[in-house]
Design a protein around this ligand. Structure first.
Ligand code: TRP
Length: 451
């Protein structure tokens, strides 16, 4: 069933798409992945992936979504695609569940940290004290589950209210605010004693650090951060109007998203070196460094509260998009009411997230391939399922979708589809046909070789 909901304004289109892209992936995941994979070398490869693969696959998802006006499963049905291509949809639906399974745990951490900021971090200001604080929080099963479930309750409440009202209004006001406050803190970080070392770590590529895990990690981060490869952007594009320009929307989204990630790096790494934290500290990195930065500022608790509130909202606009894929599928294909879809999916996500929220405490001993449950959900979804989805989307749009449709969707509205396409359109099509599939396949094969 085609949906008739549309975003009301052009700003709404950009804001909702950027709202999906900008989230914990930029501010929490990017710095810690860069920290684990050699800093500058990781950043360089990451940016290359965003440009060469990310932007084209984003545009490809937009094309399918807007052309069909359908949810992920409905889209491939309407296109009468062979069963192989329907797997894009099911990979996407499963990815939504797996990503929400760890993302909502970290989103819950933002709530705990709003609370901690309000109570002055229990007096902790030094790196050691904040380290201990993070440990005691993440190993406590009860508090982990509580904040995870509270976050999910908020998420699914917003979801139940529908597309436009819920998503558009919030992201229009708060995303620009997040941007502004990040900028202020970046400037602050530039005056820290570790600034030179931190910036060198982030911007000076050390090519000896590049190995398959750097490349696979950078590819996964590019997909994750752009929200691409699983049908989120397809679903959003089904709410776009004919006048939305798909290529410029993908480029704008990628530029803003990358800018926020780089700003997060500029904010975090000078502080990492000033406070003597290890860049490779993992998921805990940002949650220990940010409060340590705020502790050095006048009215630090207020800054901390404001920052974690905005981070929470950034996370929320991302989880809304992640949830919407599955909700749109229940409503479109199963003819469920939005309320029923919200409740059923909410319960499924709550069960999985509760389990993964225990990964640092009661379930810390449980490991598969050397990863705890939380890390496993992240690795499988970001580094494997999203690139796999992206590979199939690139192959479908590049080789299967009639070229006339692809060109017409990518070009400005009203343009004669038989006239020669502008360079941007040709570049996107070339990448969808050749660069994306070859690069993604090569990296997968490289990852499978014995190391
Ligand atoms: N991109 C978001 C972030 O960086 C997370 C996200 C939202 C996402 N929707 C997605 C990731 C879809 C992958 C796929 O925080």
């Amino acid at each position: 069933m085609a949906n008739n909901a549309k975003f009301t304004t052009r700003l709404g289109v950009i804001a909702a798409t950027v709202g999906s892209a900008v989230g914990l992936g930029n501010i929490w995941r990017f710095p810690y992945e860069a920290g684990m994979h050699g800093g500058g070398a990781f950043l360089l490869i990451y940016v290359l992936f965003v440009l060469l693969i990310g932007v084209p696959v984003v545009a490809g998802e937009f094309v399918i979504g807007r052309y069909t006006g359908e949810n992920v499963v409905g889209a491939f049905k309407k296109l009468k695609a062979a069963p192989l291509w329907h797997s894009v949809a099911y990979i996407g639906l499963l990815s939504s569940l797996l990503i929400l399974g760890f993302y909502s745990v970290v989103a819950g951490w933002t709530l705990e940290y709003i609370y901690q900021a309000a109570t002055g971090f229990g007096g902790a200001a030094s790196q050691e004290a904040l380290h201990a604080q993070f440990d005691s929080f993440t190993t406590s099963g009860g508090r982990q589950i509580f904040w995870t479930l509270l976050f999910l309750a908020i998420n699914f409440f917003v979801i139940s209210r529908g597309v436009q009202k819920g998503i558009e209004r919030m992201s229009n006001i708060l995303m620009p605010m997040l941007f502004a406050i990040l900028f202020v803190f970046c400037v602050n970080s530039l005056f820290m004693p570790g600034a030179t070392e931190g910036l060198a770590f982030l911007f000076h590529p050390d090519f000896s650090k590049i190995d398959v895990s750097t490349v696979l990690g950078a590819m996964g981060q590019a997909f994750f951060s752009l929200s691409v490869g699983m049908g989120v952007l397809m679903t959003y594009a089904s709410y776009f109007s004919r006048s939305t320009r798909l290529i410029s929307t993908s480029v704008t989204t990628a530029v803003l998203d990358t800018l926020v990630a780089v700003m997060a790096g500029v904010l975090i790494f000078p502080a990492v070196f000033s406070f003597g934290e290890a860049p490779a500290a993992g998921p805990r990195l940002v949650f220990e460094i940010l409060p340590a930065i705020f502790a050095t500022l006048p009215a630090g608790s207020l800054w901390a509260m404001l920052f974690f509130i905005l981070l929470f909202v950034a996370a929320l606009t991302s989880t809304i998009s992640l949830s919407e894929v599955v909700i749109a599928w229940f409503v479109g294909e199963w003819r469920w009411s939005r309320g029923k879809a919200t409740i059923v999916y909410g319960i499924a996500v709550a069960l999985l997230s509760s389990l993964s929220s225990l990964s640092f405490g009661p379930l810390a001993g449980f490991s598969i391939f050397g990863m705890n449950f939380f890390d496993l959900l992240d690795f499988v979804s970001s580094n494997i399922m999203l690139p796999l989805g992206g590979l199939l989307i690139a192959l479908y749009t590049g080789w299967k979708l009639p070229r006339r449709i692809l060109r017409a969707q990518l070009s400005a509205p009203g343009r004669d589809p038989d006239a020669p396409s502008p360079l941007a359109v040709r570049l996107i099509i070339f990448s969808l046909r050749f660069i994306c599939p070859l690069a993604i396949l090569a990296i997968f094969l490289w990852g499978l070789l014995p190391h």
